[in-house]
Write a protein that binds this ligand. Structure first.
Ligand code: MIC
Length: 642
């Protein structure tokens, strides 16, 4: 039978289960990726497993999210991660070396491998035909300890690409088109596989852009074939030997279908405050822009930055615009510099920052009150920039550069009146400098782990009780992102390795009294609408909630990673059997659950929740193993029990 590429890669890694959409499968993980913001906790979790050395082919620890050493905490985190990487056998990419996704693509990615990353944008590795999946830190820690990764077998959505992108249109516009068509929920439970004759017209870095923001569709992962463009990129990195050809069989079938003629695409932009709030740039032309940022997690490659350099060459950005460049990696910056791009940017009036995530996770670069900010970032959830009621738009580097020059939102095709399309490719041979990557030691057993007073061991959680009485501490609507549940930014990020401290910030932007109320109730619940917990992989959204006593989350539907994180920390993820029951519950009501242990252990899907004299039926749709984890009070308790 003709097979799609996703099936071929999953089959080659299948440890348990059948490739039937929705059934639980366990897959072998080849690469793991940790970044510092999720990595401190994941490393503590790995240590809690008692495993002496990582058991995957390649494990990498990046330091890219928090580079603001405002006090000892951040420097302590870096020292902790560096010592742990040396001891346990991970590559360590030093602060300033770049964003995990970009560096992994450059230096480690291998076609056909499966990567599990403690960051939702890990599917950037789609640029090299990997299946890369974002997950909570505990899942990545368990993979590092040699456990297979378990997930509901995804559906495969085939997107057939034809044609070639027009001038001034790039990979970002393709993924914005996908978001326009399918929304932030459209990819849930799916791997998106691009195929067809249009694929070869997309470079590895354009594919990486599409993979990165597949996370915004809620997709489990994204994959592209491995072809001559993949080989071209690997060769340019001096890693041609890692290449192998991979593609779907001709006539392969897909569970879901879509088709895009690249030549029909036009510049698109996502308006505040959701990545799927997409319109053509021409529709909002003329809107005054205060800030532009190119780079960070996505669109920070050589091609992206050099395109901006060429557009700005010999010009100046409008005086009222703050124009910022966040290079994806030291390698990108070095190569842009080698081709004269840095001088062009400086002469144009750009601010050049160190390679890293920076404003993408609210670490600086917050816009002013009422200001309009155009960013090439992947997400613009409310308040994520660090400014309440922010107005963040997501666009391509071409659109960002046009806004810089004209000072207002401008369709980048208008630049064609000033200059020819720069048509920048990736270099044939990159300048490669691995001096900021520390290779693991052959034997790290003698290395001492360095910690500091802000690195607090994981809290212990009790088993699931038989009865629970859980006041509804908060009731929220649809598409609540983990940025709302557990904000990031410079006040909060330093506490990622300190659960008691970070728990004070749960729902803080939306409802500053949440933490206090949750603690006061002892055990509590959260009631939510559709796609609850979309966005990042940060397990703190579950872990810190559990620390505050949240035992049940009842939603119309959940985002994949957040649901898995809830199970990992022993919180029951229930959906409404009848979504209209959502309207019956008010904040402050109490839900009671009885005979829970038997219900969970017996495989019951229906869990009755008593609300006064009414009964609301919650649905528990988890695997047999996840039921055991819930009973044990979380995945770590379950694994430790053996
Ligand atoms: C994000 O883009 O939201 C982040 C910051 O990279 C997160 C990880 C984190 O919260 O540490 C993600 O995407 O998983």
């Amino acid at each position: 039978m003709a097979k799609n590429l996703t099936t071929k890669i999953l089959e080659a890694h299948l440890v348990e289960g059948r490739l039937q959409p929705g059934e639980e499968i366990a897959i072998k993980i080849d690469h793991t990726l940790l970044q510092d913001a999720t990595g401190t906790m994941a490393m503590l979790e790995f240590m809690a497993t008692g495993t002496p050395r990582v058991k995957v082919e390649l494990a990498a620890q990046y330091i890219d999210h928090n580079l603001l050493q405002t006090d000892f905490r951040n420097a302590d985190d870096h020292a902790f991660l560096t010592s742990a990487a040396r001891k346990f056998g991970l590559y360590l990419s030093k602060p300033g070396n770049g964003v995990s996704h970009q560096v992994h693509l450059e230096r480690f990615g291998v076609p056909g491998k499966i990567l599990l990353g403690a960051d939702s944008h890990s599917p950037t590795a789609a640029g090299l035909a990997m299946i890369a999946i974002g997950a909570g830190g505990l899942d990545v820690a368990l993979a590092m300890a040699g456990h297979p990764f378990r997930l509901p077998c995804p559906r495969v959505m085939g997107v057939r690409l034809t044609g070639r992108l027009p001038d001034w249109v790039s990979g970002k516009d393709l993924i914005l088109e996908m978001l326009l068509r399918h929304t932030v929920k459209g990819g849930v439970g799916k791997i998106i596989e691009y195929y067809g004759p249009g694929v070869e017209n997309l470079s590895a870095t354009d594919r990486a852009t599409v993979g990165n923001m597949g996370a915004e569709l809620g997709a489990t992962s994204t994959v592209f074939p491995s072809d001559r463009r993949t080989r071209e990129f690997l060769e340019s990195q001096g890693r041609g030997a890692a290449w192998r050809e991979l593609s779907a069989d001709p006539g392969a079938d897909y569970d879901d279908h879509d088709e895009i003629d690249l030549s029909t695409l036009e510049p698109l932009i996502a308006c505040p405050s959701s990545p799927d709030n997409v319109v053509p740039v021409r529709e909002i032309e003329g809107l005054k822009v205060d800030q532009v940022i190119v780079g960070s997690s996505v669109n920070s490659s050589f091609r992206d930055l050099m395109t901006v350099c060429r557009i700005l060459e010999g010009r100046r950005v409008a005086l009222h615009v703050s124009f910022n460049i966040n290079p994806g990696s030291r390698q990108v910056l070095e190569n842009v510099a080698a081709q004269g791009g840095v001088v062009q940017l400086l002469l144009a009036g750009a601010q050049i920052h160190q390679p890293g995530c920076l404003g993408c996770i609210g670490m600086g670069q917050a816009p002013g009150t009422g200001q309009i900010s155009l960013r090439t970032f992947p997400r613009n959830f409310p308040g994520r920039s660090g400014t309440l009621n922010d107005k963040v738009y997501l666009c391509s580097p071409e659109t960002a550069a046009a806004a810089g020059i004209f000072g207002v939102v401008t369709d980048p095709r208008k630049l064609g009146e000033l200059m020819p399309w720069p048509n920048v490719g990736n270099p044939e041979k990159y300048l490669v400098d691995d001096s900021s990557i520390i290779a693991p030691e052959a034997d790290g057993s003698e290395v001492e782990i360095v910690t500091g007073p802000n690195i607090i061991p994981l809290p212990e959680f009790e088993e699931l009780p038989d009865s629970l009485s859980v006041p509804v501490v908060i009731k929220v609507g649809d598409n609540i992102s983990t940025d709302t549940i557990m904000p990031a930014g410079n006040k909060v990020l330093p506490y990622r390795s300190n659960i008691p401290a970070i728990s004070r910030f749960v729902f803080n932007q939306l409802d500053p009294g949440f933490a206090e109320r949750a603690e006061a109730t002892g055990n509590g619940s959260v009631v939510a609408g559709e796609n609850y917990g979309q966005g990042s992989s940060r397990e703190h959204a579950a872990l810190a909630s559990r620390f505050l006593g949240i035992r049940v989350k009842l939603a119309k539907s959940f985002a994949r990673i957040h649901k898995a994180n809830l199970v990992n920390f022993g919180i029951l993820p229930l959906t409404f059997r009848n979504p209209a029951d959502f309207d019956l519950i008010r904040q402050g009501d109490t839900l009671s659950l009885h005979g829970l242990r038997d219900l969970v252990a017996s495989g019951a899907e229906e869990i009755p929740l008593n609300l006064g004299d009414r009964v609301i039926v919650g649905i528990l749709r988890v695997s047999a193993r996840e039921r055991q984890e819930l009973l044990a009070g979380g995945a770590l308790n379950y694994v430790r029990k053996g």
